[in-house]
Design a protein around this ligand. Structure first.
Ligand code: ADP
Ligand code: MG
Length: 471
């Protein structure tokens, strides 16, 4: 009996479905189209090369077994890869190719023979998720970032091959962590063809893990990350208290590190201060180099501003740039923000960019900044609400009313600011982070049992956010 390719592939799918979980089946097998069956070889079409490599790496044994079961011991599988639009051959040629008649707009490349031999060199097509404008050339060097910048360049020249693995870049917001981490990735891509780079924020990473758990596809997730040569994970402080995510990250980290792959992480604090992070992870973070990005001095700020103006083709009087750099000290993103507002204000209101306009713009910026919720702000509000003096929150009194106000302030500080437990403790007369944890737990217990208390807390939370916006 002569079988046709669709029938053969259908019965292959039935076998495969029994051997892989439903998510993997959907992801990796449903998109496959049978193309032809000739001389004991079944040709299937896959959406891209990555797909083919993935199948080869993870399902080769299963595919081999299934094909032999259908076509006998001499049965073979051949792949056809759908080309992306960008690399399509001219339509005239495509039209003569009958094999892709049922997938309009697509073109058939040469088949890949003998897929049961795993090819030695894999060129993966993974979108690195990098911003191409974050490069070393426009990352201005200063005392504040010299170590981090040169470590970054060393890593980019030899990913996985230096002592700086992992490389942890830490520092306050707006000081260039993301820029520098991405510059490394961009440099590797430009100078070392064939390396696979991936940038991922910790939030995205966490969400991917949650999805993979929900879809019962954690293994696929972990395996996918093993394909990366240079992995950049941004803002790892967001992994705090996410136990499952940390566990899977630990696993990925170990395998990559063992295989000499480069890991780059950024954090808003040094690894040792990452509360809510497993000790074994922190100890691994310390294997390589932690380099901090500090606040730039006036000279560096001037150089950064000059470089931005250069990029934007702007020409602003020296006294104005100096004024800006004198006033915006702690955050380079803000420095850029002022520059952008200045340009916008000047063109909207048809005003010259001068010192006066700069003063107005900066005044707005400073107001916006004061809208950040601070621990002090929370302490004042809570003290007010419970009618206790603020100093008592920082003192040692064990009176119940005061203890509750104190614990609640810590709880709110933990939830409404992005201060570390340690920093919060310091705001309460130098208590340590375990006291803050204990307080949060006590408040949570009370919230779970006491409805009136819960209403009070909800009100207070609203009030904090509201007062903030009225300020
Ligand atoms: P972080 O990730 O630390 O919050 P970013 O990397 O997002 O900070 O940097 C904020 C902005 O400041 C970005 O637009 C970045 O290009 C710029 N920036 C930071 N450091 C430098 C530097 N040394 N030279 C030039 N631009 C910088
Ligand atoms: Mg960042």
């Amino acid at each position: 009996m002569i079988k046709d390719c669709a029938t053969v592939w259908d019965s292959c799918l039935r076998t495969i479905r029994k051997n892989v979980n439903s998510q993997s089946f959907k992801t990796w097998f449903e998109p496959i189209r049978p193309v032809r069956l000739e001389e004991g070889a079944l040709t299937i079409q896959v959406p891209n090369k990555f797909f083919y490599e993935w199948l080869e790496e993870h399902y080769v044994a299963l595919l081999k077994r299934t094909i032999r079961q259908e076509l006998g011991d001499m049965g073979r599988l051949e792949y056809q890869i759908l080309m992306s639009k960008a690399t399509q051959v001219p339509a005239a040629i495509a039209a003569t190719d009958k094999s892709d008649a049922n997938t309009p707009g697509s073109v058939d490349t040469g088949n890949i023979k003998n897929p049961f031999v795993i090819p030695g060199i894999r060129k993966l097509k993974i979108d690195p998720q990098l911003n191409a404008s974050y490069i070393f050339e426009n990352f201005i060097e200063g005392d504040c970032n010299r170590l981090a910048r040169s470590a970054g360049m060393a890593v980019a020249a030899k990913p996985g091959g230096t002592a700086f693995n992992p490389l942890v870049l830490f520092g306050d917001v707006g000081l260039g962590k993301t820029h520098l981490a991405q510059a490394i990735g961009n440099q590797v891509l430009n100078e070392q063809q064939g390396k696979t780079v991936l940038y991922v924020s910790s939030e995205k990473f966490t969400n991917q893990i949650i999805d993979s758990i929900r879809n019962n596809a954690v293994n696929d997730f972990v395996n996918f990350y093993q394909l990366i040569d240079v992995l950049i994970v941004d803002d790892i402080q967001f992994l705090a208290n996410k136990q499952k995510t940390q566990e899977i990250f630990f696993h990925i980290f170990n395998q990559l590190h063992q295989n000499g792959k480069q890991i780059i992480m950024t954090s808003d604090r040094p690894p040792k201060d990452l509360d809510g992070m497993e000790e074994r992870l922190i100890s691994r973070f310390k294997w390589g180099l932690s380099a901090d990005l500090g606040t730039p001095d006036l000279e560096t700020r001037m150089a950064i501003l000059a470089s931005k103006m250069d990029q934007e083709g702007l020409d602003i009087p020296h006294d104005v740039t100096e004024f800006i750099c004198y006033n915006i000290k702690n955050n380079i993103r803000e420095l850029e923000g002022v520059l952008i507002s200045l340009v916008a204000q000047s063109s909207l209101n048809r005003r010259e960019i001068d010192l006066e306009l700069a003063k107005e713009v900066i005044k707005n910026f400073v107001n916006q900044m004061s809208k950040e919720i601070t621990v002090e702000f929370i302490q004042n509000l809570v003290a007010d609400h419970f009618d206790v003096p603020v100093e008592k929150l920082k003192g040692q009194t064990r009176k119940r009313g005061i203890v509750i106000a104190r614990q609640l302030s810590m709880y709110l500080a933990k939830n409404l600011t992005n201060k570390s437990l340690k920093a919060i403790g310091e705001n309460f007369g130098g208590r340590d982070h375990s006291t803050v944890i204990y307080s949060c737990k006590a408040v949570q217990d009370l919230l779970d049992t006491d409805m009136i208390f819960k209403d009070t807390v909800t009100d207070l939370q609203k009030k904090i956010k509201l007062n903030l916006n009225e300020k």
